[in-house]
Design a protein around this ligand. Structure first.
Ligand SMILES: [Zn+2]
Length: 440
């Protein structure tokens, strides 16, 4: 695949995936179109060597895997992992209040967004709605208003002279988006708005009553190239849809070009931003239960896992020119200079010397530069899905990711070359004849 087409497809994926549920739906459609068979956890699986499959849990997590044509029970897996969720503002269950002729919707903060970046943006609403239909069935449907329908206005500087002096944001009081202007004593009925939207997007379903929802606000501004030489990409949810897109595209492309490949499995977990301890999160049972069904014999499964390797993909921090003292002076990842290996002495990243060496070998073979990140010793380190998987399954794991700026802003920044550099490395990993291994 060419880099120009790759980035265009990436922009489309970002636009089509305002929530984890949408990201999973888009990925499922891509895998299905590429010949991966859809499996359901509640049904029997009749897996065949040489075939490719995918399975979804709770709308927000997806695992896709390919089985070697011969002797797949005795071969290791090329594992890849990423997360589907991003920090956001989630709508409260009993949403909607009228105040001074404005109709507003209460939100909870999902994960750790940079809250200041959510003010004065053209916001839309998307997510999953559970409802009853006209024939009295329960249905779970995805909706995305796509157009700007809400805003959180800043308070004018004249009314808050301290606004530029590091004022804190009150999450309950100051973050409530405005949806509409109403007349005296009037209010909007949010449930009827949702029924209308469902019937617009799913006319065959005929929603009757809304029972519950997982709805989020998102920024309507589409992703863009930026810079005098278009050397940057800006957009929402680069953390971690960049890794999701790169992973599924590499799996599909290597599968198309080499259907004789070995075992590979990519897991896209939900809920990384809130700690991963959920049914569809990396601390849940999703990956383990899939592996139990692929290789039911526990000893054979352990042998398989010991021969496997896991690349956990999540974005990394590039050095920020205005805040360079926030980076370790010897570890300064740059945008457009290749994926970053993340290391932490306290194993908040799963990288070890062995897994880093294997990754460096893979990247060198693919002709892609490698950078290294370690947090300053006097600052706390973030984490990702890698350590959970390494601990649960005992697979050698490396934590890597594209360098970015403004992580957890409503609009994040990466290099325009970075997604493709990650893609080249991952594609090489998936199509390499032998699984990488270190003796000793
Ligand atoms: Zn992330």
């Amino acid at each position: 695949m060419q880099e120009g087409q790759f980035n265009q497809d990436f922009f489309q994926f970002l636009t089509d995936s305002p929530t984890p549920f949408h990201a999973v739906a888009v990925m499922a459609a891509r895998f299905q179109a590429a010949g991966f068979h859809k499996l359901f956890e509640a049904q029997e699986w009749n897996l065949e060597p040489g075939n490719a499959y995918f399975v979804i849990r709770d709308n927000g997590a997806l695992a896709a895997f390919t089985l070697a044509a011969e002797n797949h029970q005795n071969q290791g897996f090329r594992f890849l992992g990423a997360h589907t969720d991003s920090p956001s503002l989630q709508i409260k269950p009993l949403a909607g209040t009228a105040s001074h002729s404005y109709f507003q919707i209460g939100v909870e903060v999902y994960g750790g967004p940079l809250l200041a970046t959510w003010f004065d943006r053209d916001l839309s609403i998307a997510g999953r709605v559970a409802c009853t239909t006209a024939d009295n069935q329960l249905a779970t449907l995805l909706i995305d208003f796509k157009r700007p329908v809400a805003i959180i206005p800043s308070l004018a500087i004249h009314l808050d002279r301290e606004a530029n002096n590091g004022r804190a944001i009150n999450k309950q009081k100051e973050l409530v988006p405005i949806l509409s202007q109403t007349g005296e004593g009037e209010s909007l009925n949010f449930s009827s708005i949702l029924v209308e939207q469902i019937n617009r997007e799913h006319p065959e379903k005929k929603a009757a009553a809304i029972l519950a929802f997982d709805l989020f606000f998102h920024d309507c501004q589409p992703p863009s190239f930026l810079g005098m030489n278009s050397e940057f990409i800006t957009g929402s949810r680069l953390d971690n849809l960049l890794s999701c897109f790169t992973g599924y595209t590499a799996m599909i492309e290597t599968r198309t070009s080499d259907s004789e490949g070995g075992n590979s499995l990519m897991i896209f977990n939900n809920h990384e931003e809130i700690g991963s301890l959920t049914a569809s999160g990396a601390k849940g049972t999703f990956l383990q239960s899939i592996l139990e069904r692929i290789t039911p014999d526990p000893v054979a499964r352990q042998r398989t896992l010991r021969k496997s390797f896991f690349i956990s993909m999540d974005n990394a921090h590039g050095i920020h020119p205005n805040f360079s003292d926030k980076s370790d002076p010897e570890h300064l990842p740059l945008l457009n200079h290749g994926p970053v290996i993340k290391t932490n002495a306290n194993q908040h990243y799963a990288t070890t010397s062995v897994s880093a060496a294997i990754y460096k070998t893979l990247a060198a073979e693919a002709g892609v530069n490698t950078q290294e990140f370690v947090m300053r010793s006097d600052m706390a380190c973030g984490s990702t899905i890698g350590p959970h998987t390494a601990a649960t399954l005992g697979i050698p794991t490396v934590d890597i990711g594209a360098p970015t700026l403004a992580m957890h802003s409503i609009r994040e920044i990466t290099g325009s070359r970075d997604p493709f550099l990650l893609y080249q490395t991952i594609s090489h990993y998936l199509s390499r004849e032998e699984l990488p291994r270190s003796e000793g």
